[in-house]
Design a protein around this ligand. Structure first.
Ligand SMILES: Cc1cc2nc3c(=O)[nH]c(=O)nc-3n(C[C@H](O)[C@H](O)[C@H](O)COP(=O)(O)OP(=O)(O)OC[C@H]3O[C@@H](n4cnc5c(N)ncnc54)[C@H](O)[C@@H]3O)c2cc1C
Length: 254
């Protein structure tokens, strides 16, 4: 079985800091693999252990650290798609990934439910639509038996069970088994595993046609809410006075 895992490299969500002077994130934040994508990769590695075959990790945009992590965890090879036209918006990213997946003829596509930076959740569903294959989102459990996946997915007020045959796109949540940590042996082996660099043009795409449908205008930080007051164990008369003073200080009393 050929299993593809879509991995995005994101700035470490625990180290994110916004610089209002730049109007952007503070540069130089350690890049990491998107968390849900590591759960997707763990699922792919377990599927390969069960049915055999190959696991390929792929990324659009700069992703050396994330792809190396994937190889060190046990993926067989990695593909980085970079160059003119990418990353664009989530439609462009999905279009480029779909072109690569069509060329690879994969049986199963694992991806994360969403990323920790842009987090649109669009890429998985758009890839499935472009490849005209089914998609199962919010995956929290799975079994593969007799050529069929039995999937457990999270819904609003419980879990739903679905059955689906490959080819399929499966979007992972972090309720799946914990991603394995790369071993020293895994990190060493990763250096010898094949890493392919492709451009959208190599996939038969015209970079000119990869025009993002959504353009980023800029980033801003939510306005910090003014601190409120807590009136506790205060005699009622005094509480009323303090409340009136508070409302007045904010121009809320006419
Ligand atoms: C320099 C730069 C410029 C950008 N300009 C724009 C812009 O103008 N307009 C705009 O809308 N966005 C822009 N983006 C954001 C970029 O388009 C999105 O981050 C990207 O398309 C993925 O969307 P997402 O993070 O919402 O993915 P989601 O849909 O939340 O991701 C779901 C899953 O899809 C897979 N996936 C997502 N992205 C990738 C990837 N790159 N490689 C492999 N797998 C992936 C992962 O498994 C992930 O868990 C820009 C990003 C960069 C770095």
């Amino acid at each position: 079985m050929k299993i593809a895992v879509l991995i995005k490299q994101v700035p470490d969500p625990n180290a994110l800091r916004f610089d209002p002077r730049l109007g952007d994130l503070v540069p130089g934040i350690q890049p990491v693999a998107n968390e849900y994508d590591l759960y997707a990769l763990e699922a792919a590695l377990r599927l390969r252990e069960q049915v055999g075959g190959e696991v390929v990790v792929a990324s659009v945009g700069p992703a050396r650290d994330a792809l190396n992590r994937g190889l060190a965890m046990g993926a067989d090879r990695a593909v980085a798609i970079e160059g003119e036209g990418v990353p664009g918006d989530s439609w462009v990213t999905a279009t480029v990934l779909a072109a690569w997946l069509r060329r690879e003829q994969v049986d199963v596509i694992w991806c994360g439910q969403e990323t920790s930076d842009s987090g649109t959740g669009n890429v998985g569903p758009t890839v499935a639509a472009l490849l005209d294959v089914p998609l199962v989102s919010n995956v929290v459990g799975w079994e593969f038996r007799d050529g069929l996946f039995e999937i457990e997915r999270e819904i609003e007020d419980g879990h739903q069970f679905q059955e689906v045959a490959p080819p399929v796109v499966l979007c992972a949540l972090s309720a799946l088994p914990q991603p394995r940590l790369p071993t020293l042996r895994g990190i060493m082996d990763a250096r010898r595993k094949p890493q392919e660099r492709l451009s959208p043009a190599d996939l038969g795409l015209d970079p000119e046609a990869l025009d993002p449908l959504v353009r980023w205008e800029g980033l801003s930080q939510p306005v910090a809410k003014a601190a409120g007051i807590v009136l506790q164990d205060v005699p009622p008369d005094e509480a009323v006075e303090q409340l009136l003073a508070f409302l007045e200080s904010r121009g809320l009393l006419t």
